[in-house]
Every structure is written in C-alpha cells, then in structure tokens.
Design a binder for this molecule. Structure first.
Ligand SMILES: NC(=O)c1ccc[n+]([C@@H]2O[C@H](COP(=O)([O-])OP(=O)(O)OC[C@H]3O[C@@H](n4cnc5c(N)ncnc54)[C@H](OP(=O)(O)O)[C@@H]3O)[C@@H](O)[C@H]2O)c1
Length: 283
C-alpha cells in the first residue's frame, strides 16, 4: 500500500484530500496543528472509511517542531511503511494581517507556507527517493501576480499581508521547480497545485477585522474543498508520472515567467541558510 503524508489535514482542502486518498486506498498519514482537531478529524475519517488513519501533531511554523515531527515520521515510516513514502502533500498554510514572527524570528506566513514545506521535504527526501515519490505543494493562481521581494524577503518594512501571502505561493512554485531540477533524476517529482478559490476558513484564523471581512465575503464564491482534492488524487494516482509543474482541476496549467531557474536557485540557497541545512546534500 502506498503511503501519503498530508499536512494541514484537519480542515479545509487538506481534510478533503485525506478523504479522497483514503477512498483510493492509500495509507494516509495526516499532520495537524491542534490536538482537539486531530482527534475530531481522525474519528470522522475512521468512521467513514472504517480503516486506521494515523495523525501526528506539530506547529509547523517552528523549525524545532518540523524537526521533531520529521523524527517521529521517520520512525513511523521505518517501522510501519517499509521505509518508503510515496507522496508528501505540503498543504498547511495561513494568512496573517500584520507582521508577526515565529520562535526562529521569521515572518509567520513565510515560515509556515514556504519554509516548513522546504524543511519537511528535506527530511522526507530519503523516504521519497525509495518510492519514486511525488511532492505536492498547495500553491495558488495568485503566484502569477508576484515577483520575489528579494531585498526584504519577509517584508519587515512596509508589511502588506496580501503581497506576503502571494509571495509565499510563488515560493511554493519556485521550490517545486528547484526539486525537479535537482531530484527528478533520482525519481522524485514535485508539483504546485492550484486549488482555485475554495470555501474554507483560512482567512478567519488569527487575522484582523479587515482580512476577516474580506475573506468571509470572498469565500462564499469558493468551491467545496472536495473539488480541488480530486487534483491531488489525480496527480498522485497517474501511473505515468505527470510531467507538468503546475496543475489545476487535473489539468496542466501555465505558470508565471517568474518561476524560472534563476529565481528557484536563489530562493533555494536563501531557504537553506534560513533553515540551517544543506538540502539533500546538494547546493
Ligand atoms: N482557500 C483557498 O481559496 C485557497 C486558495 C489557494 C491556495 N490555498 C492554500 O490551501 C492550503 C490549505 O488552506 P485551506 O484554504 O484549506 O485553509 P484551512 O482550512 O485553514 O487549512 C490550513 C491548514 O493548515 C493548518 N495549520 C495552520 N497553522 C498551522 C501551524 N502553525 N502548524 C501546522 N498546521 C497549521 C490548519 O490547521 P487547523 O485545522 O488547526 O486550523 C489547517 O489544517 C493553504 O496552503 C492555502 O494557502 C487556499
């Protein structure tokens, strides 16, 4: 049975992806932030699919937590999954209204939406390589409206929450590009997934009045999370490894010209420094 790890698995798109993957008989490992939500999600999934679902808990904003999670996941994969991981779905994400930092001193949207996938993928790479694995990252069409803000990547000066969010979604695409450049030869492929506009509560969690108001109106136009969940399942279940970088509604889509080798390499180097690692032994 193929194993998939899904972050942000307790609500919204991630929870719907868990259901889709369980329906296709994958061995699903969810990662959640809150113990209560993990218990609720686990109960609901087990009742619906009548099979065991394993969850791990971590605050992915903090690098020490990503490291601890990776150690727990590694032990689990070694003991129960033949040391193999077929897919890592980096989906957890957040929106913030103002500049706030993590324990590591990094801006929170940048830390959770980009650095956490970067670091977790680094730790999971040996397991993915053993199963010709796929890395899926929840990006967004909004990546097309951005350029990298290299001179102040975490927007310490002149914080604009929307720009910061969009930049993290561009980072997701650049990271997927960088993985393919470095690891596709070893059988690991990465994809940016555009879920479209989805009716979730992302803009209502730890945000201020204006963001909450805008999102509560905007989300009503969004589709149910079950719609984008099918794209994740499609990318994972294609027998012939999909060769595109960016998918929306199970179809390969054009991505921004900003998603190029120069930007991908630059972000990769900066991310290695910010995480204090040498990713997979490569520059
Ligand atoms: N909704 C859209 O229209 C849309 C469009 C494009 C892209 N996206 C992307 O889709 C992804 C999922 O978002 P969503 O819309 O499904 O919203 P969501 O329901 O709020 O999902 C976000 C997930 O991330 C988890 N999370 C938040 N902070 C965390 C932390 N510090 N550590 C670990 N996990 C944490 C949340 O946990 P809890 O369940 O405990 O809150 C939740 O499960 C995000 O990457 C988002 O950027 C969404």
């Amino acid at each position: 049975m193929k194993t998939v790890i899904i972050t942000g698995a307790t609500s919204g798109i991630g929870f719907a992806v868990c259901k889709e993957m369980l329906g296709l008989d994958y061995n699903v490992i969810g990662v959640g932030h809150s113990k209560e939500k993990i218990e609720a999600a686990k109960m609901q999934l087990q009742n619906e699919f009548l099979k065991k679902v394993t969850f791990f808990q971590a605050d992915l904003m903090q690098q020490s937590e990503v490291k601890r999670l990776a150690e727990e996941l590694s032990q689990h994969l070694d003991e129960h999954c033949e040391g193999k991981l077929y897919a890592l779905i980096n989906n957890a994400g957040c929106v913030r209204s103002w500049y706030s930092t993590t324990e590591d001193g990094y801006e929170q949207q940048f830390a959770l939406n980009h650095l956490a996938p970067f670091l977790l993928t680094h730790y999971m790479l040996p397991y993915l390589q053993k199963d010709n694995g796929r890395v899926l990252i929840t990006s967004s069409n909004s990546h097309k409206m951005m350029r990298m803000h290299w001179k102040d990547i975490m927007y310490k000066k002149g914080y604009n929450p929307l720009m910061v969010y969009k930049q993290t979604k561009l980072c997701n695409m650049l990271f997927a590009y960088a993985i393919n450049d470095r690891f596709s030869q070893s059988g690991v492929m990465a994809y940016g997934i555009d879920p479209g506009l989805v009716n979730t509560d992302i803009g209502l969690k730890q945000t201020g009045g204006l963001v909450r108001l805008i999102w509560s109106l905007r989300k009503k136009k969004g589709v149910k999370p079950e719609i984008p969940a099918k794209t994740y399942a499609w990318v994972c279940s294609q027998e012939n490894t999909p060769q595109g970088l960016y998918y929306y509604l199970c179809i390969k889509k054009k991505y921004s010209k900003q998603v190029n080798r120069e930007n991908a390499d630059k972000l990769f180097r900066i991310s290695e420094q910010l995480c204090g690692i040498k990713f997979g032994g490569y520059i």
